[in-house]
Design a protein around this ligand. Structure first.
Ligand code: ASP
Length: 439
């Protein structure tokens, strides 16, 4: 059996939805379609989810979202008309508008793109719709509550076909709660796991998008980047943690635990093989699988004699930095120095002068610096350890290109080598590392 999740670009208008219908009907083992909200139709377009967030925030600020919601209304109405399934959508749109106007939460507002799209698509396909709010339980931390798998499995009947809206479920208060952005990938993984627990022949999780699989580097930067045929769950996670933006990292856990393979496919070219994400693969073939880069790092440095001998001071400084709203992703330690590469949490503003003044005084530091503008590059693969010689070409290649490498970290994980660079060099770094590793 197959669970087929379609991203927003695959469902952006009626033509795309028809194409999805063909894909689903071409293989009888595709029994559940997990759907995102309509995405962008062209590069200047706005995703329905983004518009819904805007509507909610206008109302939260005391205004009206009538104008903005009318764009959403027009888009759904047009899709429904084109597909010939107009009857229920007007009522559903009215209800959503009323709820948002009456102060519904951002979670509720954002989730309605998936909900309304599922209403439409289930009518179009004649497949039954399941409301994710009834069966997906999301913890206060935004993760999947284990009871979800049984709840989803309990509503799936053999021989039936379903449309399942992605991205949301219910929170601990019973109200609609959304995952983080891109969270329909997680919903797809949940349904695949639930289905696998019932289907005797196992289950495949298909992830349909607008590219023919996952590339070894961001194809917007390296235009001819090769597509990966097969990669492991762990490789996806390692690369996703450092900016590989193809698959929500929290979507791996549900399928990995159940050993369900993921197949990333292109809605526009279903015949293309795509990328398989599996538990293990032949490492000899492709020891290094891909490279990624994550920007927006702040470099924080502190200096004090014998810092290394004072682990308590380190722990306390780190706690203060976390309390200030920083995620300390990477750290480096010398005898008198500590350096972190940190990301600032969304919505947090940090005044570097105040932070430095406060911590310098509190811990009698000799110096402290907080500098924005860094990026971290990862080179990853299950066979990385056997590739020391190949990896040794990276540093000279970057130096020849005039790139300043601010740190290297080869043994933090067995699968990944990391390089700190200036953010302004990020694109150049991707090209140079790609050439050194894959050409
Ligand atoms: N529509 C949501 C978003 O734009 C969730 C998803 O598409 O996965 O983030």
């Amino acid at each position: 059996m197959k669970v087929s999740k379609f991203g927003g670009s695959s469902l952006c208008d009626a033509d795309h939805i028809r194409k999805v219908g063909q894909i689903l009907s071409s293989d009888p083992s595709r029994v559940v379609a997990v759907v995102s909200a309509p995405g962008k139709r062209h590069s200047d377009d706005i995703k329905i989810t983004d518009m819904l967030y805007t509507c909610q925030s206008l109302v939260a600020k005391g205004g009206s979202c009538e104008k903005e919601f009318s764009i959403i209304r027009d888009r759904f109405t047009e899709i429904a008309k084109d597909l010939g399934v107009s009857h229920d959508i007007t009522e559903a749109l009215d209800e959503v508008y009323e709820n948002i106007s009456n102060g519904a939460s951002a979670h509720y507002a954002a989730s309605r793109g998936e909900y309304l799209n599922a209403v439409l698509i289930s009518q179009f396909l004649g497949w039954k719709m399941i409301d994710a709010q009834d069966v997906v339980f999301i913890t206060d931390e935004g993760t999947v509550d284990e009871k979800t798998y049984d709840a989803v499995a309990s509503v799936l009947e053999e021989g039936q076909h379903y449309v399942f809206p992605g991205f949301f479920g219910q929170g601990s208060d019973g109200k609609v709660k959304a995952f983080s952005r891109g969270g329909s990938d997680i919903s797809g993984a949940i349904v695949a796991r639930a289905l696998a627990s019932k289907a005797s022949g196992g289950c495949v999780y298909e992830n349909w998008t607008d590219v023919s699989g996952i590339s070894k580097a961001d194809p917007r930067v390296v235009r001819d980047a090769k597509v990966i045929k097969e990669m492991t769950y762990r490789e996806v996670r390692e690369l996703a943690a450092v900016g590989f933006n193809v698959f929500h990292e929290d979507a791996i856990a549900p399928v990995r635990e159940a050993g369900i393979p993921i197949q990333v496919k292109n809605t526009g070219r279903p015949e293309d093989e795509g990328t398989a994400i599996v538990a293990s693969r032949d490492v000899e073939q492709d020891p290094i699988i891909g490279i990624s880069v994550k920007k927006d790092y702040v470099r924080i440095g502190v200096h004090k004699v014998f810092l290394l001998k004072n682990p308590q001071t380190r722990i306390r400084i780190e706690q203060d930095l976390r309390d200030a709203g920083l995620a300390l992703d990477f750290s480096l330690q010398g005898i008198d120095d500590l350096t972190w590469y940190a990301q600032i949490h969304a919505g947090v503003e940090i005044d570097p002068v105040i932070l430095v003044d406060t911590l310098k005084t509190k811990y009698s530091l000799e110096s402290m610096s907080v500098e924005p503008g860094f990026a971290v590059t990862a080179v990853a693969g299950e066979g990385l350890k056997s590739q020391k010689k190949r990896l040794s070409h990276i540093l000279p290649a970057l130096m020849d290109d005039g790139v300043e490498v601010t740190f290297t970290l080869f043994d933090a994980t067995p699968l990944t080598a990391l390089f700190g660079v200036r953010e302004s060099d990020a694109k150049r770094v991707i090209h140079t590392v790609y050439d050194a590793m894959f050409r």
